[in-house]
Structures are given as C-alpha cells and as structure tokens.
Write a protein that binds this ligand. Structure first.
Ligand SMILES: *Cc1c(COP(=O)(O)O)cnc(C)c1O
Length: 355
C-alpha cells in the first residue's frame, strides 16, 4: 500500500513485526522497526525521500562507501514522555553535526527537509515502536554514504541517506573500566576525529578488543602528538571532577563534539558548577588521584547519557574511583538530563521536540 505521510511517499510494510516484539527483553541493536527513510542524491540533485519497509538496499561490490569508507552516521534517541508523548532530544544538533561530518568527508550537504522532515515522518509512522519510559527508548540511526559504483579514488557523485530505528531497553549502565594504551590513537590533528565517520570506529576496534582482553571495558584515548592529553573514552566524551571542578577536554579538532557533552556543560554551568574546557593530561589526573582529589570520571554520549567510570588503568596500575553513590554532581547531571528527555522535568532550553 502506498500513502503520503507529511508529503513523503510511503510504502507501508505488508506485515508489521511490532506485535512480536517483547519490549521488556529487546536485545540491543538487533530488532528494527517496520520502516526506514531512504533518500538519494543522484545526477546532481536530491530525489524526493521515501519511506519504505525496513529491508536491504541494493548495491554492487564497487560501492564507494565500502571501498574507501566515505560513510558517516548519527546516533540519537526518541523517548516516550511520562505522559506517553514521543519526544526527540535536540534533533537539529544531529542534523547540523551530520553536515559537518559530510563536509569533512567531502560529501554532498544534506538538505534540512530530507533529514529533519524525513525523521519526523518516519517517527510519526513508527511511533508505536517507541518503548514506554520504563522500558527504554527508540535508537535512531541516520546513515549517509557514497553510493557511486565506481572504484576510482575521488569523492563520490551519488549518495544515499537512510534513517532506520530500533527499540532499545532501558540502558543499565554498570560503571565502566577504562585503560590507557599508548600503542594506539583514535584521532590525529588534521584527521577525521571530529567527524562521526564509520572509519573512526573501524580503527578503534582492535584497541577496544585488547582493552577487553585485559579486563577493561573501553580505551581512554590520548592525543596523537604527545600521548599525554586525554581526549575521549571509548565512543564517549570524557569528564573529570578534580577538587570540585568539572574538567572536560576542549574541542581541539580531534574530539567528537558530543551533544550530550554540550548539554551537560550547559546544565552544569547554569546551575553554578565550575566547568573548565581545556586540555587535561593523564599526569594531572594521576597527580590528582595521588592527592585524593580525583572525585569523579564519567563518559557522556547518547547510549547511556552519563556512564560512570569505576577505574582507570594507566602504566600498569589502576586508579580506583569513589563509589558511584558518592558522586553527587554526575548523578545530578544524569538524572536531570534523563528527566528533561522524558518530561519529568521541564525543558528550559527548548531541547525537546515532540513528534
Ligand atoms: C557519537 C560520539 C560521541 C557522543 O556524542 P553524542 O552526540 O553525545 O551522542 C562521543 N565520541 C564519539 C567518538 C562519538 O562517536
């Protein structure tokens, strides 16, 4: 059946798989909602986006995205409010960041109507896939890649943009263990670290596997030049609290500008906390730890919002952080962000967009 939803041509699935989903037990990232948005940039122009049943996209092995990695993505979530309404958190920020990533990867810019109107139409259609507030949220994956079927090395002329979604359970975030590994870097000056590029993730998989084999969860990344300044943890932005001051690395060009990072900084500053965005070295962290002044370390990102760090392995020793119950500041940020996302607290910043 073909219908028009918000001016976007829509082909409905013949059989919804929604009745089969147990929202109390969804495995992360394996259950996909009924529909996806697809838009093509072809022959120098954007074709009208379409919503179609979630399914395979046809392409040949010569697809440029696969051969040379011209591929970027976004990660965002829709939440069900305490009144049952469907809410997005700062979707425009994801749209703007995707276009910054596109510029860095020499890809065509995405028009607002393709990303934002397409997203809204998709969510309106698949609203029923957003779990209840207690059950979790709907993870949204905008994906954008070079779709020339050509193996010459230059920017693609054709591009495919798609958005698909999957319900995810309430993210139980056990505190994570980080480890520094000076054999690897995530991003170098002049490189692609500030873009949400697929290849950045590919390069991080071996160091991540090594960290896990050593009993840690994620890598605490250092800068590529001096191997001194802390940059990010795993696929999250990193924060430290030393002697009451919240410190997070400044956006130097090698750090992904996280939307949760920016939101946490805003909330903290507006509520009277002292926040510094500046380079912070692993030596400063070690010295603070020795002095008993390292009060907290946490990651910020869409998956868990705030992820507490239990310990940091560096130079063969572990820095053990205080119990999570004692971390008043980060617990406050985590709760406040969650409450704004679900509507338990009012949204003073206009961060929420209702579907
Ligand atoms: C996506 C991402 C983040 C977090 O960004 P959010 O917008 O807060 O989800 C941080 N670091 C890396 C490397 C990322 O890819």
């Amino acid at each position: 059946m073909s219908v028009l939803t918000s001016q976007i041509r829509t082909t409905l699935t013949e059989k919804s798989s929604l009745p089969e989903v147990d929202f109390n037990n969804v495995p992360f990232g394996r259950v996909f909602s009924d529909h996806m948005l697809v838009a093509q940039f072809e022959d120098g122009a954007w074709k009208d986006p379409e919503i179609v049943p979630y399914g395979p996209l046809p392409f040949y092995p010569s697809l440029m995205a696969l051969n040379y990695g011209q591929s970027i993505f976004e990660g965002m979530k829709a939440f069900r409010g305490i009144e049952g309404d469907v809410r997005m958190f700062r979707p425009r920020a994801n749209f703007e960041r995707m276009n910054k990533s596109a510029a860095r990867m020499s890809m065509q810019q995405l028009p607002e109507h393709v990303f934002l109107d397409g997203l809204r139409a998709l969510l309106e259609l698949d609203k029923g896939w957003v779990p209840s507030e207690e059950q979790g949220s709907l993870y949204i994956r905008p994906l954008y890649f070079a779709s020339d079927q050509f193996i010459g090395v230059h920017s693609s002329e054709n591009y495919t943009f798609t958005i698909f979604t999957c319900p995810v359970g309430a993210y139980y975030s056990r505190p994570v263990n980080l480890v520094v590994n000076k054999d690897f870097v995530r991003a170098a000056p002049g490189g692609t670290g500030a873009a949400k590029a697929a290849g950045n993730y590919a390069g991080a998989m071996l160091p991540d596997k090594i960290a896990k084999s050593q009993g840690y969860d994620n890598v605490l990344w250092l800068d590529a030049k001096e191997l001194t300044n802390v940059e990010e943890c795993g696929t999250m932005n990193v924060f430290f609290i030393i002697d009451g001051t919240v410190i997070t690395p400044n956006l130097s060009g090698t750090i992904l500008p996280g939307i949760n990072r920016a939101s946490a900084i805003k909330l903290l500053k507006d509520n009277g906390y002292k926040v510094e965005e500046r380079p912070i070295s692993i030596h400063e962290i070690e010295a603070a730890y020795m002095d008993g002044k390292l009060e907290d370390c946490f990651g910020a990102g869409t998956a868990a919002t705030i992820s507490h760090v239990a310990k940091i392995g560096y130079a063969g020793r572990d820095m053990i952080l205080p119990p999570v119950e004692d971390r008043a500041i980060s617990n406050w940020v985590k709760e406040t962000m969650h409450d704004i996302k679900t509507g338990a607290k009012s949204d003073p910043y206009g961060w929420i967009e209702r579907v």
